[in-house]
Write a protein that binds this ligand. Structure first.
Ligand code: B12
Length: 355
């Protein structure tokens, strides 16, 4: 988008410069985010915004500016992939606020009020557009779809209090902990991954979603760790340099909730350390979690080493990596693979009872 500056009224250029300067003065982050090229485009966009606002106000057609605001937001999101949609929304809303304070200089008094109303509408539409992008069918359909949508939306707006509230309300409404874990939190994290993969959210937003979700999981610990035990023990860990530890954590938590004693070793556990822990704790079941397919080889090594050292110990494998394989677990000396932690619990409760 380029405007021929020399064809623009010099008064508008002066006004645009004031708005531009004010936005940079009031928002120190902007200086780091905008290189020279972006600054030039932003300046041109201010003039472009004047144009659209003037057309809408003169014709008294609010939609002209509203449609433009949503279009501009999506354009900027595509142009500034390093910035989060939430951040670009903040920039735009801030811009519309400043523009509103200059409306008396752009319009006659009666039209200035109209301009401010249009700018407010543009701000609220831009706010709504932040999480207006296609979500996967798996995410949108099925049990508790509305709650997970609300949860994801709170996360994407960095609304920590709202995210906690949604999960607490789900718990208070009687939804089972297993369903909160698997239907709401697990599927929301899966969608976070999809959005990151499609470049719709930045790495820092994905990290925030993860750390907030981990904090929210910890809110259940007083409940989880106050269940009466059944003498069964499980050791869970992630193999290789695996940093994805929330799946293993959920497996461990849900077993603890079902009365098992759970020992979770966390992420990136070397096989020798795992064997040491198994020697110490002598669990009924060891559950290995793999998310990244490149650690399947190490998981296979771990399975063989466990079989050799503890021939009668039950071994379960799971995690996203197995879903990307051609049922590789069927060729391994493991007792079971399940997709979900809850399926493993149902199997393990029965199996350990019979042993
Ligand atoms: C959060 C996250 C991260 C975080 C993890 C932080 C943490 N503390 O865990 C961080 C930022 C570290 C990360 C890093 C990376 N990530 Co990442 N990450 C994710 C994300 C968004 C969510 C993972 C998660 O927590 N899911 C929620 C849990 C609860 O679900 P789950 O793991 O599936 O577990 C459930 C079941 O699978 C099962 N289960 C799990 N384990 C077991 C075990 C047993 C025995 C059983 C029975 C069941 C079971 O039970 C759980 C509950 O039901 C996923 C998206 C996704 N689709 O999973 C991407 C994702 C896994 N990451 C991906 C990538 C590419 C990476 C990086 C390579 C990015 C990079 N360039 O650096 C690195 C690799 C790091 C490494 N060496 O491991 C890709 C992997 C693609 C691929 N090729 O396979 C994904 C799929 C994103 C995507 N859509 O592209 N990531």
């Amino acid at each position: 988008m380029s405007l021929l500056l020399n064809s623009v009224d010099p008064k508008l250029i002066t006004l645009a410069q004031k708005i531009f300067d004010q936005q940079f003065a009031q928002d120190p982050k902007l200086g780091q985010e905008m290189d020279e090229r972006r600054k030039q485009l932003m300046f041109q966009d201010i003039l472009y915004n004047f144009n659209f606002l003037t057309t809408a106000v003169t014709l008294e057609d609010e939609q002209i500016f509203s449609s433009y605001a949503v279009w501009l937001f999506e354009l900027l999101c595509n142009l500034m992939k390093d910035l989060d949609r939430d951040r670009i929304k903040d920039q735009m809303v801030h811009h519309y606020q400043i523009l509103g304070t200059f409306s008396d200089q752009l319009f006659s008094p009666d039209k200035a009020a109209l301009a401010r109303a249009y700018l407010e509408k543009a701000s609220s539409l831009t706010e709504a557009a932040v999480d207006d992008y296609p979500l996967s069918e798996q995410f949108l359909k099925g049990r508790h779809a509305e709650i997970r949508r609300a949860y994801l939306s709170a996360l994407l707006r960095s609304d920590t209090t709202g995210a906690i509230q949604i999960i607490k309300e789900a718990e208070a409404s009687g939804i089972r902990l297993e369903e909160i874990y698997e239907d709401i939190i697990r599927l929301s994290m899966l969608e976070v991954g999809e959005l990151w993969h499609q470049n719709k959210i930045t790495v820092d937003k994905e990290h925030y979603c993860t750390s907030t979700t981990q904090m929210i999981l910890s809110l259940f610990y007083p409940t989880i760790f106050s269940q009466t035990g059944n003498q069964n023990k499980i050791v869970t860990c992630c193999i290789g340099s695996e940093l994805h530890e929330m799946g293993g954590r959920m497996v461990s938590d849900l077993f603890e909730y079902h009365g098992w004693e759970s020992i979770y070793l966390g992420s990136a556990v070397p096989v020798s350390s795992l064997l040491h822990a198994l020697e110490e704790h002598k669990p009924d079941l060891v559950a290995l979690s793999v998310t990244m397919p490149q650690y399947l080889g190490l998981c296979h090594d771990a399975v063989q080493a466990i079989r050799k050292a503890f021939p009668s110990m039950l071994i379960a494998v799971g995690g996203r990596a197995f879903q990307t394989s051609g049922k590789i677990h069927e060729r391994w000396p493991v007792d079971i693979y399940t997709e979900l932690a809850t399926d493993l619990i149902a199997w393990a409760d029965e199996k350990v009872k019979k042993l």
